[in-house]
Write a protein that binds this ligand. Structure first.
Ligand code: KG4
Ligand code: ZN
Length: 385
């Protein structure tokens, strides 16, 4: 049988994403975002996001089908994000997916958003309908330069069921966005996913957004801080790296409760205090230096903990996902530290790192190919999953 043709639907936050894949081939990745409607509030407003999904759904679906050159009845399955995410936003995508599955008599797969961020890494590294290479030249394998050459090239993981590309063994995923910050060990996309660590307060992107607001840099804050930091000194301020004290981290043999967890609330407070001090003294706030030092603190602790968690859990390939993956300093330092640790790093193009429907379709195709039982049409939105 040929590779499954799967439609993927993503509505967990502010992006309405519809993606279409045939096996590991990306045919369409259409995304509508309600970000502009949230800007004046400085954060995503759930009610507005849900309403925007409702309005954007059909036009986005039509455009994706047109781009892929297919009709709905041709697909083998419909995959949809069932969680985690904003409950009302998830319900729009889930309800639509159920309606389409029922009307077209297709199997429905409710998928986990975080696992979908990992699944997107299995799409072919060419054929990108949105233009540009689907795989940026960031993959590398370091360490052991004298060792025997690999039996198979890095970019061509073994063929799995029905000719599908399979997840490399011992894959880890570092997911950093406005909604989540996690390190996962992914033994298999269909069953074996283990959460190794996560943020205990703000997500990394949220920290960027809140700090940008403090610095008057606007929203979303990540790109603004990334840009402002270029002109700043990352060592001008020594901002805290959360949960790195020995009592939280313990040792590899005797790990502390927060060994692989992050916290960004103390960092945010430290930035606020620095800004207040400048304002109180009437001196101009050194925005570029604070932005660069804040970014360095976030990126330092994210990369240090992600690489260490990977090494301690036998991970050999680390996949990066989430909107913060666009951050230049994160990409640079993560590449350096993965190389030093002998970890292979894979970074999909930014259009596939941010929330999209292609990642849901990519995971759906893996589930179909693996013969996983479809979800019931009663499947609920699980915002906390
Ligand atoms: O994955 P995404 O598009 O949506 C979710 O939050 O799920 O991620 C958006 C987040 C925002 O918090 C945004 O500020 C952050 O990603 N972001 C960045 C950069 N570009 C986007 N953070 C740091 N540096 C960037 N260049
Ligand atoms: Zn996401």
């Amino acid at each position: 049988r040929s590779a499954p043709l799967v439609l993927g639907i993503e509505t967990s936050c502010d992006e309405t994403g519809i993606g279409i894949v045939r096996g590991t081939e990306l045919l369409a990745n259409t995304v509508a975002s309600s970000m502009e409607e949230h800007v004046r509030f400085g954060g995503v407003i759930p009610e507005i996001a849900a309403r925007a999904h409702l309005e954007a759904f059909l036009p986005t679906l039509r455009e994706a089908l047109e781009t892929a050159g297919i009709e709905l009845h041709e697909v083998d399955a419909i995959a949809v994000t069932s969680g985690p995410g904003l409950a009302g936003a998830l319900m729009v995508g889930l309800s639509a997916a159920k309606g389409l599955a029922l009307a077209a008599d297709k199997p429905l797969y409710g998928v986990n958003h975080l696992v979908a961020h990992v699944g997107v890494g299995l799409l072919d590294p060419h054929e990108n309908p949105s233009g540009g290479p689907a795989q940026e030249p960031s993959g590398h394998r370091a360490g052991n330069p004298g060792a025997e050459p690999d039996a198979e090239p890095d970019a061509e993981p073994e063929a799995g069921p029905r000719g599908m590309r399979r997840l490399p063994e011992n894959t880890g995923a570092l997911l950093v966005s406005g909604g989540h910050t996690e390190i996962l060990r992914v033994g298999s996309l269909t069953s074996d996913v283990e959460l190794l660590g996560s943020t205990i307060d703000d997500a990394a992107g949220e920290a960027f957004d809140k700090t940008a607001r403090l610095l008057g840099l606007g929203y979303p804050g990540g790109p603004a801080i990334d840009a402002a930091a270029v002109a700043g000194d990352p060592h001008a301020f020594r901002f805290p790296r959360g949960l790195t004290m020995p009592k939280f981290e313990g040792s590899a043999q005797n790990p502390g409760k927060h060994r692989h967890n992050w916290s960004f609330s103390g960092l945010k407070t430290a930035v606020a205090r620095a800004v207040e001090q400048f304002e109180a003294s009437g001196r101009p706030v050194p925005v570029a230096d604070i932005a660069a030092s804040f970014q360095e603190a976030v990126v330092d602790v994210i990369t240090a903990k992600a690489v260490r968690a990977s090494l301690e859990h036998g991970i050999t390939t680390l996949m990066l996902g989430g909107g913060v993956a666009a951050n230049q300093r994160l990409r640079e330092l993560l590449a350096q530290r993965c190389a030093a640790a002998g970890l292979e790093l894979r970074i999909p193009p930014v259009s596939l790192c941010t929330d999209n429907g292609a990642m849901v379709a990519a995971l759906g195709a893996q589930l179909v190919a693996a013969g996983v039982t479809p979800s019931s049409l009663q499947i609920p939105a699980d915002s906390s999953q």
